[in-house]
Each structure stands twice: as structure tokens, then as C-alpha cells.
Design a protein around this ligand. Structure first.
Ligand SMILES: CCCCCCCCCCCC(=O)SCCNC(=O)CCNC(=O)[C@H](O)C(C)(C)COP(=O)(O)OP(=O)(O)OC[C@H]1O[C@@H](n2cnc3c(N)ncnc32)[C@H](O)[C@@H]1OP(=O)(O)O
Length: 209
């Protein structure tokens, strides 16, 4: 899959494509049933590839930054970052009725209980989405508390919809609610969270801009 998030920045585009390929690799590792000899051979090739990438390395992932088009982006983010193999990546958009939403499909790689998504993975997605709902209201903050109610096992391999909305603020504290649901709206995991805007962000913003 080609992800074009970086118009006019061919190296970053190539990095995002590489991250997508690594996601496919991770899926393949989670599901492979090839024999021991082949596993050992592939491990050797991957070790060589890892060395090539480490030939020039940074100490932190791609940063939270202002892109050339003036928008904020975080290609290294563990949930949304197209350049981060760990990320789905989650594509978050403004919801028509307010708040934010994202369509997502978890993968077998995300298994916790047999046949369902790990609760920590669901919590991570909800944490991020609630945070973006708060940010969309102009109050970006760090998670202070996150409470999740798991109402039903979250399946992988099935289209799901995650939504969140900012509910209220008091000073630097903001609250948001969200859920991961089936496309018909049936909630599977619901969350509420408190986000605190660090005092420094009030002057400089989360990207230090
Ligand atoms: C455009 C962008 C897009 C970007 C959109 C990005 C979305 C990303 C979403 C993912 C977010 C994360 O995962 S963030 C990662 C996980 N979270 C963290 O690592 C946070 C670590 N904790 C901290 O950095 C800090 O403790 C903070 C920032 C949370 C608070 O520090 P602080 O700013 O010094 O707060 P402080 O002055 O003590 O308190 C201010 C008020 O908040 C309350 N308060 C403080 N912490 C907590 C808490 N944990 N739980 C309850 N309440 C708390 C205090 O009681 C006080 O209330 P009162 O006395 O005024 O009533």
C-alpha cells in the first residue's frame, strides 16, 4: 500500500512505504507456519536489513512538527504515525457532528484473549482518540487519567469505528468520552479521560511552535 502523506518529500514518503512493508512483515511473523529452517534463513536476512537501516540512525522517531503545508503532523506516533511500523496507522478525522472519528481494522497481531484484541491495544487507541478530541477543541493535553469499560470482546479483521468528543474543561483540565464500536454503533469498549494541558504548551504549543 502506498501512503502519500508527505507531498514533495520523497524520502519521507519512502520511509512511510517502508513502515507499511514492515507492518506486513509483522503480520506475516505473527501468522507464519513455515518450518524451522526457513525461519532461521529469514531471520538472517532480516538481521542484515536491520544493520543497513542502522547505518544512519536517529535517537528519536520522526518528530511532532509543523509540515511544509502548515499542518501539524507526527509521523513517528505509535498510533497515527505513517512512519512508525507499530501504528495501525489510525487516520483520525473531524466527525460531521463534532468530535473526531476513525475507521479501523485490528489485525491478528493485536490479539490478547484468544480471537480478540488485547485490552491494552484498545485502550491505546481510545487514549489517542480522546486526546485528539480534546486537541480538536483547542485544548491539547497529556493524559492524566483514562478509564475504559470493556463491554464486549473487540474483534480483529472486522471494520470498526472509533469516535470521541470533548465534553468539558476547567482551567487546564479537559475531559473527553469515546468508544470503539461496530459500524452499526454497538459499543465494544468505552472510555472517559482527563487531559491536562502542561503550562508550557499554553505558550508554545505541543510541537514547541
Ligand atoms: C494539536 C495537537 C494534536 C495532538 C493530539 C495528540 C493526542 C495524543 C493523545 C495521547 C496522549 C498521551 O498518551 S500522553 C502520555 C501519557 N500521559 C503522560 O505521560 C502524562 C504524564 N504526566 C504529566 O506529564 C503531568 O503529570 C501532567 C501534564 C498530566 C500534569 O502536570 P502539571 O501540568 O504539572 O499539573 P499540575 O499543575 O500538577 O495540575 C494541574 C491540575 O490537573 C490535575 N491533575 C494533574 N495530573 C492529574 C492526573 N494524573 N489525574 C488527575 N488530575 C490531575 C491537578 O490536580 C490540578 O488540578 P486543579 O488543582 O487545578 O484542580
Amino acid at each position: 500500500m502506498t501512503i502519500e502523506v508527505t507531498a514533495g518529500e520523497p524520502r519521507l514518503d519512502a520511509l512511510c512505504v517502508l513502515a507499511g512493508q514492515v507492518r506486513e512483515l509483522m503480520d506475516a511473523v505473527a501468522l507464519t507456519d513455515v518450518g524451522e529452517e526457513e525461519l532461521t534463513a529469514v531471520t538472517g536476512e532480516l538481521s542484515a536489513l536491520t544493520g543497513r537501516l542502522r547505518a544512519a540512525a536517529r535517537t528519536t522517531p520522526q518528530p511532532f512538527e509543523v509540515a511544509p503545508d502548515g499542518t501539524l503532523r507526527h509521523l513517528g506516533n505509535a498510533v497515527t504515525g505513517a512512519a512508525n511500523p507499530h501504528a495501525l496507522p489510525l487516520a483520525v478525522e473531524r466527525a460531521p457532528g463534532g468530535g473526531v472519528r476513525a475507521e479501523l481494522v485490528f489485525r491478528p497481531l493485536h490479539e490478547g484473549p484468544p480471537g480478540a484484541v488485547h485490552g491494552g491495544i484498545s485502550a491505546m487507541i481510545l487514549d489517542h482518540l480522546l486526546g485528539q478530541a480534546v486537541a480538536a477543541a483547542g485544548l491539547a493535553g497529556m493524559t492524566g487519567t483514562l478509564t475504559v469499560r470493556y463491554r464486549a470482546p473487540v474483534p480483529y479483521g472486522t471494520p470498526l469505528v472509533a469516535t470521541a468528543e470533548h465534553t468539558r474543561s476547567e482551567g487546564r483540565k479537559s475531559w473527553a468520552d469515546g468508544r470503539i464500536a461496530l459500524p452499526d454503533g454497538t459499543p465494544l469498549a468505552e472510555a472517559t479521560g482527563l487531559f491536562v494541558t502542561p503550562a508550557g504548551w499554553l505558550q508554545r504549543g505541543p510541537a514547541g511552535q
